[in-house]
Design a protein around this ligand. Structure first.
Ligand code: KG4
Ligand code: ZN
Length: 347
């Protein structure tokens, strides 16, 4: 691997950073403006959500890669247009290198490297979860220390961020991811896909006391998550004739309470007053309201930045650029499994 010299952290002019995410079934391209003060502004965020997988009931990796190849140019053009820029204005490029589907990741990674090389600007291989966390930088400057709860369709991770760029894994799910549980229970109740918004909408018409869900991992000393018990309870309630909207309201409240309670305990244990909540499930209104009712300062991504997107990767790139981190070598590869943090036991 070639050594890449670090950039000077003191940059004088605003920089425009292109961000690309093709880790799963969304082709996302965004543009972020980084001011010398370190403040950022999202200039564009374009997403192509692939519909081709719907008929299979799950993401088909080969089809995802193919569709990224077919769409990425168009989405890139749309993002530049939204930002009112031409490609020559781009001053740095960030693209997700993992974790994700390797074939899908490679499309955005190679595209990003190509753009960076053609423009002769720095390139940053970005971690998908760091992108989710930095999505919240669209709302306010993230200043460590803080806790970061990433809740999406593929991840439920709680990190402690003691200093910029350092992530300690405090807890993760033992089974399903939070978003996965929303999706599976929505499918079971016939509420459609994606399950998160469908459950949320149906919940407004349902009774949260109708189905008595037991709190998962009750009494645990650690900060782990588990959703399989809630899923089984939902299945039993459904078979017993629970109404879809009651199931939705009861499950949503149980899942939200569990996520908030575990995060709150971790915040007190680690002495953190701020929590960044991100990933697709962070769009959930009940989750946002529940965090707002705690004594924590909760920061959420802005509209359109909760689910997978390119702007969050540009925001992670902007943070790396501002911190003076070294750009990545152009031979940085795609990685299916890429832990962001040191597990607690090894920290
Ligand atoms: O971050 P994301 O796009 O994908 C992964 O990286 O996995 O998150 C997608 C997940 C889906 O499971 C979807 O059901 C969930 O986020 N989601 C929600 C809401 N909107 C999306 N879950 C709960 N409430 C919502 N409003
Ligand atoms: Zn994601």
């Amino acid at each position: 691997m070639n050594a890449v010299p670090p950039l000077s952290p003191s940059i004088s002019a605003p920089r425009l950073i292109l961000g690309i995410d093709t880790s799963c079934d969304d082709t996302g391209v965004g543009v972020v403006e980084l001011l010398p003060s370190g403040s950022v502004r999202v200039r564009a965020n374009r997403i192509w959500s692939q519909q081709v997988h719907a008929r299979y009931g799950g993401v088909m990796p080969e089809l995802a890669s193919r569709e990224h190849v077919e769409r990425i140019d168009e989405i890139m053009g749309a993002a530049l247009e939204e930002a009112g820029l031409s490609v020559q204005d781009i001053g740095a490029v960030a693209a997700t290198s993992g974790p994700g589907l390797v074939g899908a990741l490679l499309v955005g990674l190679m595209y990003g490297k190509g753009v960076a090389q053609a423009l002769n600007v720095p390139f940053f291989a970005a971690h998908h979860l760091e992108g989710h966390i930095f999505a919240a930088a669209s709302e306010e400057e993230l200043q460590a220390p803080y806790l970061a709860l990433v809740v999406s369709g593929g991840h439920t991770h709680l990190f402690d961020v003691p200093e910029e760029g350092k992530y300690v894994l405090v807890g993760a799910t033992r089974d399903d991811a939070a978003g996965e549980a929303f999706d599976k229970i929505a499918r079971l109740a016939g509420l459609g896909y994606p399950g998160g918004p469908a459950i949320s909408e149906a919940a407004t018409r349902g009774d949260p006391d109708a189905v008595p869900f037991k709190e998962p991992l009750q009494g645990q000393k650690g900060f782990e998550f588990s959703f399989s018990g809630l899923k089984t309870a939902a299945l039993l309630a459904h078979k017993a004739g629970a109404k879809p909207e009651d199931l939705a309201a009861s499950f949503e409240r149980a899942a939200v309470r569990f996520l908030v309670k575990t995060t709150l305990r971790a915040a007190h244990a680690y002495g953190r007053g701020t929590v960044v909540v991100s990933g697709g499930v962070a769009a959930n209104r009940a989750l946002r309201a529940a965090f707002a009712a705690t004594d924590l300062h909760a920061v959420f991504p802005g509209a359109g930045l909760n689910t997978d997107n390119g702007a969050m990767i540009a925001l992670a790139g902007a943070a790396a650029l501002h911190a003076g981190r070294s750009p990545s070598a152009l031979d940085a590869g795609a990685e299916a499994y890429a832990p962001l943090a040191t597990p607690l036991a090894e920290a």
